[in-house]
Design a protein around this ligand. Structure first.
Ligand code: ADP
Length: 395
């Protein structure tokens, strides 16, 4: 069965077309970027060969039309009716969506209502859904939410220490994000270790532009570092992560900042960029650190320390840990950070294998290590395709 996976952002449309038989195969993948802007383009890859076309892309409708045209022109399929389902990455499912759903008008209305909780993401996801409804009206559409996997988090971990009425009135609670990735890599870890997923304690570290850590107990998320929004948790590229909320009032008063300006500082000017004053990119900071730049060193040190603290606290939440998994851009590559983090867990018998870690191997701990540390590339698109298939088959 051919399944199209779409990730619709405010100015981009990422796509992957999967053929799912006994094996899963990517037929074409790519991105239409700069939608509605001056420098728009479409980049795509077929069997390792990539191509970039610069062209004006007025809106998401034009983007999808172009993508479908590319799929047909390259004879990936001969008729659009060969696409049997479309899986959409949807960001915020609130408390309403605890699992992947088939999209209908009611679901679309609810995603719209949830835009209040994810003003940057949910409206963009909806545009993608609407455009598909228009251009491929007979194809079943499925929404896979970033928040779903964390819907198992117990009340004690999702309630904030503010008046309870605000949870009831506005839905202020921990939701967590990157759920599709945390689920995919934790499940994959169990498969690689040949152990029962439902009997494992796993800590997953999704470290990319946005980062979150999750505690997975017997196949269920029991806590995660991102909260009501993706701003909470570890320090990120440009996001502050956990801070004392009183800092916000202090700064707003001292610097005479509006809510919008403050929001912009915490989301776009903080984190690794804010601390280092150089870059949000770990690769750039690592190069600067090696040249002796103190602030680059400090930014990476803060990052490693925060991640270490989260892992430590989740070991307590889980009452032990079998595997610690690293994924996404930073998690899959920055061996020097993994080393700094994992050496703090020697006390529970974790022994890193320096060479394996430097080579980004799947298992990066020594044979006699009591806890396994792993590097597992995430694949959210594949997980969305699998979920989409399951839902359209009615399982
Ligand atoms: P997103 O969260 O947008 O999906 P990624 O998972 O691709 O992002 O992560 C992007 C980040 O990963 C970059 O900003 C960079 O800091 C980091 N990164 C990517 N490649 C490397 C690398 N080889 N070494 C260290 N860090 C890397």
């Amino acid at each position: 069965m051919k399944i199209l996976v779409l990730n619709s952002g405010s100015s981009s449309l990422k796509f992957q077309l999967f053929e799912i038989k006994e094996k899963e195969h990517v037929l074409i993948k790519g991105i239409a970027d700069g939608i509605g802007l001056n420098n728009s383009f479409i980049k795509y890859e077929i069997e390792g060969n990539s191509k970039k076309i610069r062209k004006k892309i007025k809106n998401h409708r034009v983007a999808l039309k172009n993508v479908l045209g590319i799929i047909l022109d390259n004879r990936i399929i001969s008729l659009l009716s060969e696409i049997k389902a479309i899986g959409h990455r949807a960001v915020h499912g609130g408390e309403e969506f605890k699992k992947t759903v088939l999209i209908n008008d009611k679901v679309m209305k609810k995603i719209k209502e949830l835009s209040e909780l994810a003003p940057l993401h949910n409206p963009a996801n909806l545009i993608g859904i609407r455009v598909c409804k228009e251009l491929l009206p007979s194809v079943k559409q499925v929404a896979v939410f970033d928040t779903c996997f964390h819907s198992s988090i117990p009340e004690k971990a999702f309630i904030y220490g503010i008046p309870y009425k605000y949870y009831k009135k506005y839905g202020i609670r921990r939701y967590g994000f990157h759920g599709t990735s945390h689920y995919y890599v934790s499940k994959k870890a169990a498969e690689i270790l040949k152990k029962d997923y439902n009997k494992l304690k796993i800590i997953t570290c999704h470290l990319g532009n946005g980062s979150s850590i999750a505690a997975v107990m017997n196949g269920k998320s029991i806590d995660t570092s991102m909260g009501f929004t993706p701003l909470e948790g570890v320090v990120m590229g440009t996001r502050c992560g956990d801070i004392d909320p009183a800092i916000i009032f202090f700064l707003m008063k001292k610097e005479k900042l509006s809510v919008k300006e403050m929001d912009n500082i915490l989301n776009k000017k903080s984190g690794l960029l804010g601390i280092s004053g150089i870059s949000p990119d770990v690769r750039v900071l690592w190069n600067n650190e090696k040249k002796g730049n103190k602030r680059a060193h400090l930014a990476l040190d803060v990052l490693a320390y925060r991640i270490t603290k989260y892992i430590g606290s989740y070991i307590a939440s889980l009452n032990g840990v079998d595997a610690i998994v690293f994924t996404a851009g930073i998690g899959e590559n920055a061996y020097y950070l993994r080393e700094r983090i994992l050496k703090q867990f020697e006390y529970i018998g974790l022994r890193i294998d320096k060479k394996k870690n430097e080579n980004n191997e799947t298992i990066i701990t020594a044979k006699d290590s009591k806890v396994v540390a792993m590097v597992i590339p995430t694949n959210e698109e594949l997980q969305i395709a699998r979920e989409t298939l399951r839902v359209v088959k009615g399982n």
